[in-house]
Design a protein around this ligand. Structure first.
Ligand SMILES: Cc1cc2nc3c(=O)[nH]c(=O)nc-3n(C[C@H](O)[C@H](O)[C@H](O)COP(=O)(O)OP(=O)(O)OC[C@H]3O[C@@H](n4cnc5c(N)ncnc54)[C@H](O)[C@@H]3O)c2cc1C
Length: 579
């Protein structure tokens, strides 16, 4: 009864597992079995060596680079744009940490677990929220300036799902402040060599071990082998899979796709967080209207200008993001408009201009005075919860390869991310990786890697393919999914993957390959999980199924998907209760 597919693409239904829930049994397309995107022989390439190779220059990458260099390691930091072109730079609301007088690690833990709907790993949450205070103090020591109240204490905002104000911020441009200070520190660091505008194509493996990366220089068209004893992946998310997203163009999931090809486990890809309140304008990416504005008292209104979150959730507009997003989608369908309204008029011009200068200015440029006008908002793809599976110290399943930040999946967020926990995750995990390197670190290996040959067949033009991909994902694998929509998406994406199975060298073409890879994995993961939970909403399985699905889903190239039990006392949290 087992049907074998080619060894590198095959995975099979779990039908012989008596405890298995009903799920789907489609094979992944053959193209996802590919090991390397390009043909190469490292013996013919220029090469560089460092103790540690860090890929990505956001919160996660910069923290890892600074920490490893401070411990005396030589570090190469590679990033595909300029050093400050990151998702981190765009973060507005801030970074969560239980530093307020009324707050505690236990409360932050409880909020994270409740919002995560029974899928958070409790030991991971405890480690991250427990280390927040110390990590944030170190950020301040590096020069990051958070807003303060008159007494000198940090000013804390409240955001969705938090039971009290807990978010440290710098106006509404916290990410830019953190990015600028960390980028400056890295540029000054003696042992860090920064390579801007270099593109990670693939991770190099020798035997089981990751030994470096294949890096492309678009300016010279050169491929180089960057060898390292330890490789830290910090390449961020993949919002560009969707037509409407808050993520900048760089968010194409390159690191996760490269790790997949290298044989690393990826998990929880079905969980994509849509932010409920992106500014509904023609711009792309969509400008985010920070949740902190709702935290300050802004309301959500429907087409009759009535508040619709009252009665839906006890926290009304500050309910967790998945709840608000789904409700907005319902209102949009009922009203037949592309957006709902955010009303901040009662907060007053002076307060708004002072506390939300970026939102104020951006809306004003679009002709909206937020002290007088309603703000049009709609959900947009925002954050990838799934990613390369890591342990408590950021180790992936491939020896020598670590991951941190949005490209990783630690189990912190469960089925739904608590607002402002993602910058914190990158910060804390990169610190943990730096500590782990002290015991794990290996010498830079002497190695030669030769890729197997591949067939070439380019049929798509790039803009058409990217537009198609985004349309398929937005229409069939968006906020709400069903078996029918997922099957349709899987078929279309599979066809795209087949014709894109090529040797392409321009970064945009490589990004497209990576986006298709991730889109297929996400679609199959969403199809596989036959329940609704957190930000995974199946219209054909509208209920949460704790009996079968209080598990994380783990996928690896060439293997069947695996369901893995959650660690910790999850029962009470899964029920949404605060023990
Ligand atoms: C508009 C917006 C607002 C947000 N607000 C908040 C907030 O208030 N609080 C919060 O906690 N989170 C927020 N988030 C989420 C948060 O910003 C991200 O999850 C976090 O910054 C990710 O950090 P990172 O270091 O993992 O990745 P990033 O900051 O995205 O950095 C990724 C890096 O990898 C590099 N890279 C990618 N691919 C390649 C490649 N192929 N080769 C070489 N380099 C590569 C990129 O160039 C970049 O340097 C927000 C996100 C957005 C988009």
């Amino acid at each position: 009864m087992w049907q074998r597919s080619p060894p590198w693409s095959g995975w099979w239904p779990l039908a012989e597992d008596a405890a298995a829930p009903r799920t789907h049994s489609r094979h992944l397309p053959d193209a996802l079995g590919r090991r390397y995107l390009l043909e190469f022989d490292t013996a013919e390439l220029a090469s560089r060596r460092a103790d540690v190779l860090v890929i990505g220059s956001g919160m996660a990458g910069l923290t890892a680079a600074l920490g490893a260099a401070a411990n005396g390691r030589s570090v190469h930091l590679v990033t595909k744009g300029r050093i400050s072109e990151t998702n981190t730079w765009y973060a507005q609301g801030g970074i969560a940490g239980a530093v307020g007088e009324a707050d505690s690690v236990e409360l932050h833990l409880a909020d994270t677990l409740v919002v995560g709907q029974g899928l958070c790993e409790e030991d991971v949450v405890r480690a991250v929220v427990g280390e927040a205070g110390e990590a944030l103090r170190d950020l301040v020591r590096l020069g990051v300036e958070f807003d303060r109240v008159e007494s000198g204490a940090v000013d804390l905002h409240r955001e969705g799902g938090h039971s009290l104000p807990r978010v440290l911020h710098t106006g509404d441009a916290t990410g830019a402040e953190i990015q600028n200070k960390l980028s400056g520190a890295v540029k000054r660091a003696e042992r860090v060599e920064v390579f801007e505008e270099r593109f990670l194509v693939d991770l190099l493996t020798a035997g089981e071990r990751c030994v470096g990366a294949l890096i492309y220089d678009p300016a010279t068209h050169d491929l180089e082998a960057f060898w390292a004893g330890s490789i830290v992946l910090a390449t961020g998310g993949a919002g560009q899979m969707y037509r409407i997203t808050t993520n900048p163009l760089l968010a194409t999931g390159d690191g996760v796709a490269a790790a997949w090809r290298a044989g690393a486990e990826v998990s929880d890809l079905e969980f994509v967080q849509f932010h409920p309140t992106a500014f509904d304008s023609a711009a792309s990416p969509k400008f985010l209207i920070t949740e902190a504005l709702r935290g300050e008292g802004a309301y959500l209104l429907d087409c009759d200008e009535k508040r619709f979150m009252l009665g839906v959730h006890e926290l009304a507009e500050l309910a967790p993001r998945d709840v608000v997003t789904r409700e907005i989608e319902k209102v949009i369908a009922r009203c037949g408009r592309p957006n709902v309204w955010l009303d901040a008029r009662h907060l007053g011009a002076e307060h708004l201009r002072l506390h939300f200068p970026t939102v104020w200015e951006t809306c004003l440029e679009a002709g909206i005075d937020i002290s007088k006008d309603l703000i049009p908002v709609a959900p947009a793809a925002h954050y990838m919860i799934g990613g390369v599976r890591i342990d408590l110290d950021g180790r992936t399943s491939v020896p020598g390869l670590y991951a941190s930040g949005e490209c990783s999946c630690s189990g912190l967020h469960g089925a739904n991310r608590l607002a402002s926990n993602s910058l914190l995750e990158g910060l804390v995990f990169s610190r943990r990786i730096v500590r782990a390197l002290e015991t794990d670190a290996q010498p830079v290996p002497p190695a030669r890697v030769v890729s197997p040959p591949s067939d070439d067949s380019v049929l798509y033009t790039l803009p058409m393919a990217l537009g198609n991909l985004q349309s398929v994902m937005s229409q069939f694998v968006g906020v709400n999914r069903s078996e029918g929509s997922l099957e349709e998406a899987a078929t279309m994406l599979g066809e795209m993957a087949a014709v894109l199975d090529v040797s392409l060298t321009r970064p945009a073409e490589l990004e497209l390959q990576n986006l298709v890879t991730l889109a297929i994995l996400l679609t199959h993961a969403a199809w596989y999980r036959t329940e609704s939970r957190g930000c995974h909403s199946r219209t054909d399985y509208p209920l949460r199924d704790d009996e079968h699905w209080r598990v994380r889903t783990v996928w690896r190239r060439g293997a069947s998907p695996r369901r893995e039990a959650i660690t910790g006392r999850t029962d009470a949290w899964a029920a949404g209760e605060r023990p």
